[in-house]
Design a protein around this ligand. Structure first.
Ligand SMILES: *[C@@H]1O[C@H](CO)[C@@H](O)[C@H](O)[C@H]1NC(C)=O
Ligand SMILES: *[C@@H]1O[C@H](CO)[C@@H](O)[C@H](O)[C@H]1NC(C)=O
Ligand SMILES: *[C@@H]1O[C@H](CO)[C@@H](O)[C@H](O)[C@H]1NC(C)=O
Ligand SMILES: *[C@@H]1O[C@H](CO)[C@@H](O)[C@H](O)[C@H]1NC(C)=O
Ligand SMILES: *[C@@H]1O[C@H](CO)[C@@H](O)[C@H](O)[C@H]1NC(C)=O
Ligand SMILES: *[C@@H]1O[C@H](CO)[C@@H](O)[C@H](O)[C@H]1NC(C)=O
Ligand SMILES: *[C@@H]1O[C@H](CO)[C@@H](O)[C@H](O)[C@H]1NC(C)=O
Ligand SMILES: *[C@@H]1O[C@H](CO)[C@@H](O)[C@H](O)[C@H]1NC(C)=O
Ligand SMILES: *[C@@H]1O[C@H](CO)[C@@H](O)[C@H](O)[C@H]1NC(C)=O
Ligand SMILES: *[C@@H]1O[C@H](CO)[C@@H](O)[C@H](O)[C@H]1NC(C)=O
Ligand SMILES: *[C@@H]1O[C@H](CO)[C@@H](O)[C@H](O)[C@H]1NC(C)=O
Ligand SMILES: *[C@@H]1O[C@H](CO)[C@@H](O)[C@H](O)[C@H]1NC(C)=O
Length: 695
């Protein structure tokens, strides 16, 4: 009987659908609907594409409108209004309430503003209301009567006040509720528990306070719960184990304290537990470290402690494990290679006091490893072990290696390596030959070590390299001309980005301690940083070919000769720092063509003559030119012959960014993620130790 019924329903529905579409073409817009739409249009400052020309004609034919026939006449009633992503500007008219047959109202991704009209929340047939990604502000009406609603999305606006919990009072069909990325405040209201059909609840990026209230624990059908980036606090409610259907639970970037409750055996399908940047203490609970379903366990930036003890026989789905910036102690767990799917591993910034276990030789699934500042391991043995990991693509090992020499063992090989990050580690020796065999290298950071010798010519063989930071070492000799042939700086196709774990990376931006966060290494700007070394020779005219380079920093070397006029070919350059060298001649006027250049300095060289005028040059401060014999341009610097000896001290504010170079703390972020953890966790205030090195 069930099957039979189902078939009948299917057939009837099919017929109904056909009738409807046929009818739709002959339908005449109901006059009431027409007038409501005209009011709607008047509220906008823009015209709706496809409406203006047909203003007086049949509204059922307009773009974004779907009509259905009403039973009484051959009037067409508007049932769908779908105008997402249409660049609409203006306010919403109250008259939309007249469209009482509406089932779908989608005005997402426009530039609509003002408050949300009360009437819109009283549409008896509305199933989908999507007003996300607009500029709506003010309070959401308190009286809501949407008995048919299934999807309600008000995310990415500027709404304020308490969460509109009354939406749940008479909305038993609501499945998806998205109120994320607004300014909602107050507690999680218990009334949310009345949304008994809710499967997906997104409240992230608001100003919500308090704990996870009882109401939410009634939502037994929830598969997704996003509460990240709020001000929630207190212990994580044990009752959350009642939400047994959860697939994704994100409570990150709140102020949760205390132990993580040992309730993870209740979840039959949990794949993501994201709890980073809270104040969790204690150890990883055993139901969590035995979860067979968990794919990502992201707990960085908390105050968790004790040994890391995962049961890899149980954790058969674990792919990403991020425990960086905690207080874990004990050895680096040697059983991790038996977590057979583990691909991304970050244990950085803990107190794991041991050498890298020999068992890591068999860590064949491992692709990303960060062990920055984590233990007193030995760089030669770490590299000797890691070269056996056949899938390793990113190695982040920064720590204090106490003047250990970067091993030169020619038999080392990392065939698949794309990312090598070893800054600030007090490594000595020269850049070893074996690195040259990692032909897939895209990202190399060896900055702030004590490396000496030359920049090897074979660096030019890295066909994919787009980020190279060798700054703050003691490198000598010429800049190899082969760098001017690096494809990654010439015609990098940034669409070819590799996969990257959901770990944040940081790039140091100026001395104001604000770091830019990149969620992928591949979104870093193409950079060549050789500053603070002892490089000599000239800037090759061929550097002008490096069209895709964004940052070129050669500050504080011994580079002489002229600035090649061909550098105007580096059309994407944003930062060019050639200060504190021995460059002579004039500044080529062609450089005014560099239209993206926002940071520029040639200070303290042996340049003379007129500063080019126009283009970005009118925006650079005088300090960009001082310490030379330069004059004129847009800068009204007098051309007095002995001017350069009396220049003012550097203007700190305008200098801060260039002065510290574009300072990479990639590894730091990857591994550490600690900035700011002072607020509630009472974590030691950690500072970048080399930050003041040259500032
Ligand atoms: C205007 O309306 C007519 C039918 O009334 C329709 O064929 C035409 O596509 C409409 N034009 C636009 C731009 O929507
Ligand atoms: C609303 O429209 C946008 C843009 O057309 C679309 O991406 C989105 O999925 C729609 N929303 C719903 C709930 O269907
Ligand atoms: C919910 O429905 C009940 C009865 O159907 C009604 O009395 C009540 O006013 C409704 N509440 C809201 C907020 O619409
Ligand atoms: C809504 O929730 C409140 C508090 O949890 C409860 O008292 C009330 O009965 C619920 N209303 C409905 C219609 O379920
Ligand atoms: C959650 O489950 C526990 C038992 O595991 C029960 O005692 C508690 O009442 C439940 N809470 C809610 C809100 O359902
Ligand atoms: C670490 O967590 C604190 C809050 O506990 C937060 O303020 C800070 O931004 C987080 N740092 C990072 C890098 O995520
Ligand atoms: C580890 O997991 C396996 C498989 O689930 C289980 O048999 C074993 O008892 C667990 N060991 C510990 C110490 O919990
Ligand atoms: C190594 O990587 C390849 C491709 O990324 C993948 O197919 C393979 O399963 C990985 N090997 C192991 C042992 O995980
Ligand atoms: C490494 O950790 C130690 C103590 O845990 C800390 O003092 C030091 O500043 C950290 N180094 C970096 C680069 O963060
Ligand atoms: C590192 O380990 C190697 C053996 O793998 C050993 O020869 C070397 O002395 C160690 N270096 C330091 C600084 O402990
Ligand atoms: C550096 O940070 C400042 C704000 O502190 C920001 O205005 C500037 O755009 C940032 N620089 C870059 C290169 O992003
Ligand atoms: C830099 O190199 C020059 C030779 O090119 C040498 O005279 C000078 O001592 C070096 N300076 C430093 C700080 O190593």
């Amino acid at each position: 009987m069930g099957v039979y019924n189902f078939m009948i329903i299917t057939i009837v529905m099919g017929l109904g659908f056909q009738a409807r579409t046929l009818a739709s073409q002959n339908l005449n817009c109901n006059p009431k609907d027409m007038s409501a739409l005209q009011d709607f249009m008047r509220g906008l400052n823009t015209v709706v594409d496809g409406w203006s020309t047909n203003f007086s004609s049949n509204c059922c034919m307009w773009t974004g409108i779907t009509c259905t026939s009403s039973s009484s006449s051959d009037d067409g009633r508007v049932i769908k209004l779908e105008l997402g992503k249409k660049r609409l500007v203006g306010k919403l008219s109250d008259s939309l309430a007249t469209l009482d047959q509406l089932t779908t109202l989608n005005l997402s991704q426009n530039i609509l503003q003002g408050t949300l009209p009360q009437s819109m929340f009283h549409l008896p047939n509305l199933q989908v209301l999507d007003l996300s990604s607009n500029d709506f502000s003010g309070l959401v009406p308190t009286s809501i009567h949407l008995p048919s609603i299934q999807i309600l999305d008000l995310s990415r606006n500027s709404l304020i006040g308490n969460l509109p919990s009354s939406v749940c009072d008479n909305s038993s069909k609501l499945q998806i509720l998205n109120l994320a990325e607004n300014y909602f405040s107050g507690n999680l209201p218990p009334e949310l528990g009345n949304c008994s059909s809710l499967e997906s609840l997104s409240l992230h990026m608001n100003d919500l306070t308090g704990g996870i209230s009882e109401g939410i624990l009634w939502l037994r059908k929830l598969t997704l719960l996003n509460l990240q980036v709020n001000k929630l606090s207190g212990p994580l409610n044990r009752g959350i184990g009642n939400l047994t259907k959860l697939v994704r639970l994100d409570v990150s970037s709140n102020g949760f304290t205390g132990n993580i409750p040992d309730i993870f055996h209740h979840f039959a399908n949990l794949q993501y537990f994201i709890g980073h940047s809270n104040c969790f203490t204690g150890s990883i609970p055993s139901t969590l470290s035995n979860s067979p379903t968990l794919n990502s366990l992201i707990l960085r930036n908390n105050s968790l402690e004790g040994p890391i003890n995962l049961n890899c026989s149980a954790m058969i789905s674990l792919t990403s494990l991020h425990l960086g910036s905690n207080r874990f102690s004990g050895p680096i767990p040697d059983n991790l290679p038996s977590c057979k799917r583990l691909t991304n591993l970050n244990l950085g910034q803990n107190n794991l006091g041991s050498l890298l276990p020999e068992s890591f030789k068999d860590f064949h699934s491992l692709s990303y490893l960060s062990l920055s500042n984590t233990s007193t391991y030995n760089i030669s043995s770490a590299l000797r072990i890691m070269q056996h990991c056949q899938n390793i693509t990113a190695l982040i090992l920064a720590t204090n290696f106490h003047d250990e020499e970067l091993p030169a063992d020619p038999s080392l090989h990392f065939d698949k390596l794309k990312v090598l990050i070893l800054p600030n580690s007090r490594l000595t020796g020269s850049i070893p030959q074996w690195m040259g065999h990692s032909s897939k290298l895209e990202f190399l950071d060896l900055s702030s070590n004590r490396l000496s010798g030359k920049v090897p010519i074979w660096i030019g063989n890295f066909g994919f390299l787009f980020f190279m930071d060798l700054s703050k070492n003691s490198l000598t000799g010429e800049i190899p001309k082969s760098i001017a042939g690096l494809r990654g700086f010439i015609d990098r196709d940034s669409s070819l980005e590799g996969p990257s774990p959901d770990f944040p990376f940081f790039m140091r931006n100026g001395s104001n301690a604000r770091d830019m966060q990149y969620n992928k290494l591949w979104s870093f700007p193409p950079t060549l940083d050789l500053s603070y070394n002892n490089l000599s020779g000239h800037i090759w005219p061929e550097f002008g070919n490096l069209r895709k380079l964004h940052v070129l920093n050669l500050k504080e070397n011994n580079i002489s000769g002229a600035i090649p006029s061909t550098m105007s070919g580096m059309t994407n350059l944003e930062t060019l720092d050639l200060s504190y060298n021995k460059l002579s001649g004039t500044i080529p006027p062609s450089l005014v063509k560099l239209s993206f250049l926002s940071k520029f300095s040639v200070a303290y060289n042996e340049l003379y003559g007129e500063i080019p005028s126009g283009g970005q040059f009118s925006t650079f401060p005088n300090s960009s030119f001082q310490g030379n014999n330069l004059c004129g341009g847009d800068h009204a610097l007098p051309c007095a012959p002995d001017d350069q000896h009396h220049s003012e001290p550097l203007d700190e504010s305008s200098w801060s960014i260039i002065n510290s170079g574009i300072f990479i703390a990639v590894a730091i972020g990857f591994a550490f993620g600690f900035f700011g953890s002072i607020i509630c966790c009472n974590i030691k205030k950690i500072w970048l130790p080399w930050k003041n090195h040259y500032d």
